[in-house]
Write a protein that binds this ligand. Structure first.
Ligand SMILES: Cc1cc2nc3c(=O)[nH]c(=O)nc-3n(C[C@H](O)[C@H](O)[C@H](O)COP(=O)(O)OP(=O)(O)OC[C@H]3O[C@@H](n4cnc5c(N)ncnc54)[C@H](O)[C@@H]3O)c2cc1C
Length: 474
């Protein structure tokens, strides 16, 4: 049972953190009490911004002694309301913004030790100065922090080759709910001491520990990159093309995104200075990217494989970007889809995954299932086919008040989407996490065995439920 912090507790926290680390000023806290999408609004008794791991540990110890809940927050760019406290105002917001030091970038071992509040883009820049790269990027890179990325096990556009955060976190430092510091930063290749706390904390959404730093794997900076845009008949052709490229040049294949024509069309209509890469119109497009050491080798591999795929009828047309500028233009089309979709009117979004080979079945069948239950709705999927993850957006019928229609039918519609995903052995959250947005849906649809295990882990590590209550399974 959590309680509102007493004046004595708040005074003790203010003394502990000093004026830079403590505020209860409503105006200063306001921007951090609404989530990125403006969907969730919360309240907090105070916002704490500790500067060191020891300060985090002291804060957690004090809160544990007084049954006060803590909501960790990094860049507040999460998509599921995970970093927004509830409306009671009893919780404290714990921001990692002042823990923003890159402790080490080691060129020899290609590891970086990075504090939780470091912004992803800053890590990219710092790694590049050492001729290295942190191979994870996403649209929110100017705001998302390492702590948030670890805690949501974030993905992005390079997962195909380098994996999600879980694959890139070689070590972790965190403060556990009793205030103890778990120092697991050493990048051990082998470690068989039982349950892996590092992996448990990745994707825990702040419900099991406050991540204070991570040891991250780096790779050499990209020397050469090649991007192609292809026109295709169907998601099944795209899947077969992906498999073919993966077998032939999998080591260099970094991105494989699919886009239906309706999405490209929306981008071309709503986003200024965009143009279609191909002169013909095709039902689907695949955006393919290779990264490697030598330009000539990439060129030749891509040319050879795409020509033979063209001959085999797996694709209908293709253009390879001639330079970085063209490559960026291709990616801009892909990255502008969400913005263009917003301009089209209200829609309900689903971030789902199924096994890669079942993705064409999902994309093909789900719109019909939805239309049978809700005549007139339009569903479209785009995104990371190579990861078996698409963003599945559903628009209301054209002749209704879209917002009101979604408010009435959105939940039932999402249930149909998620039930189909689960039927195919997939996940109702591929990238963004559960937060408060999908908490009830997870409790309803996930397997009882899995839910019981998750609840057992939470109860074992945080018996008083002080870390990020109301999120994930709380
Ligand atoms: C334009 C845009 C594009 C995006 N694209 C992608 C994408 O392609 N792939 C993807 O995976 N995500 C994407 N996201 C979502 C978002 O960027 C990620 O979820 C990111 O990991 C959030 O980082 P953050 O620092 O903003 O975390 P926050 O939003 O502050 O927090 C997210 C969750 O992590 C917890 N948390 C934060 N810091 C800590 C910590 N130090 N210790 C413990 N818990 C903590 C919070 O309590 C919350 O539950 C995108 C977001 C935007 C705005």
């Amino acid at each position: 049972m959590t309680r509102a912090p007493s004046v004595t507790t708040l005074d003790a926290l203010a003394r502990l953190l000093g004026p830079k680390g403590f505020t209860a000023d409503p105006d200063a806290m306001a921007p951090w009490l609404t989530d990125w999408r403006g969907k969730y609004h919360g309240a907090a008794a105070a916002m704490l911004s500790p500067a060191t791991t020891e300060e985090v540990a002291a804060v957690v110890t004090l809160c544990a002694e007084n049954d006060v809940a803590l909501v960790p927050q990094g860049g507040n760019s999460g998509m599921v309301g995970g970093a927004t406290p509830d409306e009671s105002g009893n919780a404290l917001l714990l921001s990692t913004r002042r823990m923003n030091h890159i402790r080490i970038i080691d060129e020899a071992t290609q590891f970086a030790i990075v504090e939780a509040g470091v912004i992803l883009e800053h890590l990219h820049e710092a790694a590049l100065e050492h001729g290295l790269r942190f191979p994870l990027t996403l649209g929110g890179k100017g705001s998302a922090t390492i702590g948030g990325l670890v805690s949501t096990n974030a993905g992005g556009t390079q997962v195909l080759r380098h994996g999600t955060m879980r694959a890139l976190v070689a070590g972790i430092e965190a403060v556990l709910p009793d205030g103890s510091i778990f120092d697991g930063l050493a990048p051990l290749k082998k470690d068989n001491r039982g349950y892996d706390l590092r992996h448990l904390l990745c994707g825990a959404e702040g419900t099991l520990g406050i991540v204070t730093a991570a040891c991250l794997r780096l790779v050499p900076a990209v020397a050469a990159r090649r991007t192609a845009w292809t026109g295709l008949e169907s998601p099944e052709s795209a899947r077969r093309l992906l498999r073919r490229l993966d077998t032939a040049i999998g080591g260099e294949l970094e991105g494989f995104e699919i886009i239906p024509h309706s999405c490209l069309d929306a981008v071309l209509r709503h986003i200024p200075q965009t143009r279609a890469p191909l002169s013909g119109v095709y039902p689907w497009y695949a955006l393919i990217e290779l990264a490697g050491e030598r330009e000539e080798a990439l060129d030749s591999a891509l040319q050879t494989e795409l020509t033979s795929a063209l001959e085999a009828g797996l694709l209908d047309d293709v253009v390879i970007a001639k330079n970085d500028r063209e490559s960026e233009d291709f990616w801009r089309l892909r990255d502008s889809i969400s913005e263009a979709e917003r301009a089209e009117g209200p829609a309900i979004q689903h971030d789902i995954s199924v096994p890669v080979d079942l993705m064409p079945a999902f994309i093909g069948e789900n719109p019909q299932r939805l239309a049978n239950a809700f005549p007139g709705v339009r569903a479209l999927s785009f995104g990371h086919l190579g990861d078996g993850n698409v963003h599945h957006h559903v628009q209301p019928p054209v002749d209704v008040d879209g917002k009101a229609w979604l408010a009435e039918h959105g939940e039932a519609l999402s249930r149909l989407v998620y039930s189909h995903v689960i039927e195919l052995g997939g996940s109702i959250s591929a990238e963004h996490g559960i937060g408060q947005m999908k908490r009830d849906m997870l409790a309803e649809l996930d397997s009882p065995a899995r839910l019981a295990a998750l609840r057992g882990i939470k109860a074992g590590l945080d018996p008083a439920g002080l870390f990020n209550p109301g999120k994930l399974i709380g």
